[in-house]
Design a protein around this ligand. Structure first.
Ligand SMILES: Cc1cc2nc3c(=O)[nH]c(=O)nc-3n(C[C@H](O)[C@H](O)[C@H](O)COP(=O)(O)OP(=O)(O)OC[C@H]3O[C@@H](n4cnc5c(N)ncnc54)[C@H](O)[C@@H]3O)c2cc1C
Length: 423
């Protein structure tokens, strides 16, 4: 099926109805494209990637072919020009059909959002900005022209990915570039990415490492000293192929910096919604779980027998509970992603934590309810529900905004203003 034929397929109803949620035309079109490609191509392949724990390479070819690989590359550079909400709502639609594709696509798209619209909102002197604009033009070209795929390894197994201490992966300044050393765990897209967008700390001689010196640098997968190690046989999100990345004395040229010095630290403080970009995948899973449940209880899932289970009042109540939970989740999340911007108010930041927490926890709770309500046959591996259930489990543990850390921050930041103590 080519791209034109995608227009012919019978798409599912949108997660966010464009007129009800007042999406702009570009958002509505991107969401519709994601639904078409998701239903026609990603959904039929999802079980195989999950079973084999392999990267959805074919899906990435489709993302390139349809332009979605460059969704957040500005139009003047040949991309689709999507801002934060346009990307997030589109990613939710992809997550409905293949969680692993949506989650890994997030790592890739962040390389464009962070170096693009986020960086545009942040302070830089004129020279720094000019250099950044020149460098990111090259970055965009690799995606648009060559279909280059970017991973985003920042997790190290310690407190750095939680945003508490500096990254222990180090970048040392040398003539013409950087020497990078370190180890990243859960590097999604390992072995499949063309570049690893590595978060690391600049080593300055005579100074203690500081989070202010965090760098975001694209390390080519083919660079000497880059190695992917370890097994990958997890509970869920198996197609993400999140293995361990070792970086040993890797030389990277200056122009591979995706953000100038100091800008990642500024972004983390001033553009906190940047850490919400993993949530769309799980919103899509939540919607997929609900859609499956309704179709299953109506007897519409092929191969599940003639029984229409919808007549039982207990099942109707469960579906009602699921609908309420899904609507609460969608409404809060949509509000939070609509508020993403530089320097949000305190309430907007707390709402973003609340939205992230709600999506990640509710996706899994909805999947649990769905299995209980649909019954034993629904969790057979021949049906997508058991994959949705396993995939949904991983959302709450994604750093830096795990479900626990969101609660931790809401509690503290609601009760204390910056700098306040009880002493
Ligand atoms: C399918 C999948 C794909 C992933 N893909 C990526 C990826 O592409 N890139 C990437 O960088 N990461 C990725 N991750 C990793 C993820 O974001 C987390 O970093 C990882 O799950 C943390 O595992 P851990 O065992 O180190 O967790 P934990 O031990 O829970 O957390 C690590 C450290 O964070 C701090 N911490 C955690 N919770 C708290 C708390 N409540 N209070 C205070 N401190 C706390 C502690 O210092 C703790 O030692 C992925 C994870 C999964 C499951």
């Amino acid at each position: 099926m080519n791209v034109m034929d995608l227009d012919q397929i019978d798409v599912d109803a949108p997660i966010f109805d464009p007129s009800a949620f007042r999406l702009d035309e570009a958002e509505a079109e991107l969401n519709a494209l994601a639904r078409r490609i998701g239903k026609a191509r990603f959904a039929p392949r999802a079980a195989r990637y999950d079973r084999d724990a392999t990267f959805p390479t074919e899906n990435y070819k489709d993302l390139h072919e349809t332009g979605l690989l460059a969704i957040s590359v500005p139009k003047e550079h040949g991309g689709l020009g999507a801002g934060f909400r346009a990307y997030a709502t589109t990613a939710a639609e992809i997550g409905r059909y293949c969680g692993a594709t949506a989650l890994t696509w997030n790592m890739h798209v962040c390389s464009c959002l962070w170096s693009g619209p986020l960086s545009d909102d942040l302070d830089m002197d004129e020279e720094t900005r000019a250099t950044h604009l020149r460098r990111r033009a090259k970055h965009y070209e690799r995606i648009v022209r060559d279909g280059a795929i970017f991973a985003q390894p920042f997790s190290e197994g310690g407190a750095a990915a939680a945003g508490v201490v500096p990254f222990s992966t180090s970048a040392k300044r040398v003539d013409g570039g950087w020497i990078i050393n370190g180890k990243k765990i859960f590097a999604s897209l390992s072995g499949a990415a063309d570049y690893y967008g590595v978060l690391c700390g600049e080593m300055k001689s005579g100074e203690r490492p500081s989070r202010k010196d965090t760098m975001y640098i694209a390390v080519p997968a083919t660079a000497e000293g880059v190695e992917v190690v370890g097994e990958w046989d997890p509970l869920g999100m198996r197609g993400t192929v999140s293995r361990t990345l070792l970086l040993k004395d890797v030389f990277v040229e200056d122009d591979q910096a995706l953000m100038p010095r100091g800008v990642y630290y500024q972004a983390a403080a001033r553009w906190p919604h940047m850490f919400m970009t993993l949530s769309p995948t799980y919103l899509g899973i939540a919607q997929a779980v609900f859609d499956f449940t309704v179709r299953y209880l109506r007897g519409e899932i092929p191969g599940t027998g003639p029984e229409k289970r919808r007549k039982f009042p207990t099942k109707q109540i469960a579906v009602a509970q699921m609908f309420v939970m899904l609507q609460q989740t969608k409404a809060l999340w949509f509000q939070a992603v609509s508020e993403a911007r530089a320097d949000p108010t305190k309430e907007q930041v707390l709402r973003a934590y609340a939205a992230q927490y709600t999506v990640m926890e509710n996706a899994n709770e909805l999947a649990q309810l769905a299995i209980r309500t649909c019954g034993g046959q629904s969790m057979l591996k021949s049906l997508p529900l058991e994959r949705l259930y396993r995939d949904s489990r991983c959302g709450s543990l994604m750093l830096p905004w795990t479900a626990e850390l969101c609660l931790d921050r809401i509690g503290r930041e609601a009760l204390y203003n910056p700098g306040e103590t009880d002493d």
